[in-house]
Design a protein around this ligand. Structure first.
Ligand SMILES: [Zn+2]
Length: 399
């Protein structure tokens, strides 16, 4: 389902003016003093006030009409397989549908749903390389899918990690999905991955699918992966005492997912707030999952944490954007800042709801509507087919 028609906005220079609110995704400064973004060759060239930047010799102009804008979200925890198909729910088009939910990058936590998935060393290596290669050449509706997340199986050696890294594999899927389930072996393999520049994660909580394992706090801390994945369960969470222990003892990133236990999510959020570690909180969906494909999973999760968890919405957005990029070492995206990819999502208060403006509406628990999405400065969609309609819809201005 590749789209060959040339999307709008492919001009080398694109100016977005009349922005009502620029949400940066940068937890150090979640709101920019800006009403204009200039894009050149797919990258953000300037962010600021039109009065300071000027409109210049615009190639193309989008009138934001007062809309807010945020970086495209990065789902830190997804389970792609091949193409835009998931065998988990035997559904086509889930990646395109997810882009309509404001996500512009999916990070694989392991291609674990591949039917007949190999469990031998040469098989898991081949799978990781194949998935990485395939998704680097296949981008449904512009979605950037970072796939090829090695599943840890018995018999992998350090030279395998070196070979995979040299072949372009940058991810290790959730520890615990493969046959390696003991702490010492996991720790050793995660160290090999880290030495070879790969980011890693560990399943946290009860068994996810038959064949997977319960991974408790002791193992999570021992394995010491770059992120304790779905602390709120995937989907079954650990007892609160263990969750608190992981948050307090681990120096790594901490993840909350959409397909988890929402009570545990709020508990974890509050512990992370207590210890002052909002800069280490990342979000994902853990989809596709048993509970389905949720194209709005990331947007729902951000809104739930903002409303039920009492986090300013502009900060909750950072958990789904800039924090994930930092955790994954993605220096080219995740924030609205000069030099980064223009992966941008226009959001506004959804029609017919309570609140005054998009942030207030989110605080009251209503998801925003998406009016347009750009990937690398190219318009991929106008009004989202999945969110409720936004009040404001930005428009390309006639030249
Ligand atoms: Zn998991």
């Amino acid at each position: 389902m590749q789209h060959s028609s040339k999307p709008r906005g492919a001009a080398s220079r694109l100016v977005i003016r009349n922005l009502g609110l620029v949400l940066t995704g940068d937890i150090a400064r979640p709101v920019a003093d800006a009403d204009m973004i200039v894009i050149e060759n797919g990258l953000i060239a300037a962010v600021g006030r039109q009065s300071a930047i000027g409109i210049g010799s615009a190639g193309a102009v989008i009138d934001a009409k007062g809309s807010a804008i945020m970086p495209g979200m990065i789902d830190n925890h997804s389970h792609p397989v091949m193409g835009d198909w998931t065998p988990r729910q035997n559904q086509l088009g889930w990646i395109e549908s997810t882009l309509h939910g404001g996500v512009t990058t999916l990070v694989s936590a392991g291609e674990v749903h591949v039917p007949g998935r190999p469990g031998d060393v040469v098989g898991v290596k081949a799978l990781a390389i194949t998935a990485q290669r395939a998704f680097s050449r296949f981008s449904p509706l512009g979605m950037k899918v970072l796939a090829g997340a090695l599943i840890l199986e018995k018999g992998l050696e350090e030279r395998d990690f070196e070979e995979l890294a040299a072949a372009g594999v940058t991810l290790v899927g959730e520890f615990g999905l493969g046959a390696v389930k003991d702490g010492p072996t996991g720790r050793k393999m995660i160290e090999w991955a880290r030495r070879n520049g790969m980011t890693s994660m560990t399943h946290t909580g009860g068994h996810s699918i038959p064949g997977s394992a319960r991974i408790g706090s002791e193992t999570v801390l021992e394995v010491d992966a770059d992120v304790a994945a779905h602390l709120n369960g995937g989907p079954t969470s650990l007892p609160e005492a263990e969750l608190r222990l992981i948050c307090e003892k681990s120096p790594r990133y901490l993840e909350i997912v959409h397909n988890g236990n929402m009570r545990a999510a709020l508990f974890v959020l509050n512990v992370i707030r207590e210890i002052g570690a909002f800069d280490r909180l990342v979000l994902g969906t853990d989809g596709p999952a048993g509970s389905g494909v949720q194209p709005l999973g990331m947007l729902r999760l951000v809104t739930m944490l903002a409303s039920l968890g009492d986090v300013p919405p502009e900060v909750a957005i950072c958990f789904a954007t800039g924090n994930v990029a930092r955790m994954r070492g993605l220096k080219d995206r995740g924030r609205i800042a000069e030099g980064l990819a223009a992966d941008l999502v226009f959001i506004d208060q959804a029609m017919g709801g309570a609140g005054e403006g998009v942030l207030d509406a989110m605080t009251l628990g209503n998801m925003p509507g998406i009016g347009m999405i750009l990937v690398d400065g190219v318009q991929r969609i106008g009004r989202s087919r999945n969110t409720p309609p936004s009040i404001i819809v930005p428009e390309f201005q006639a030249a």
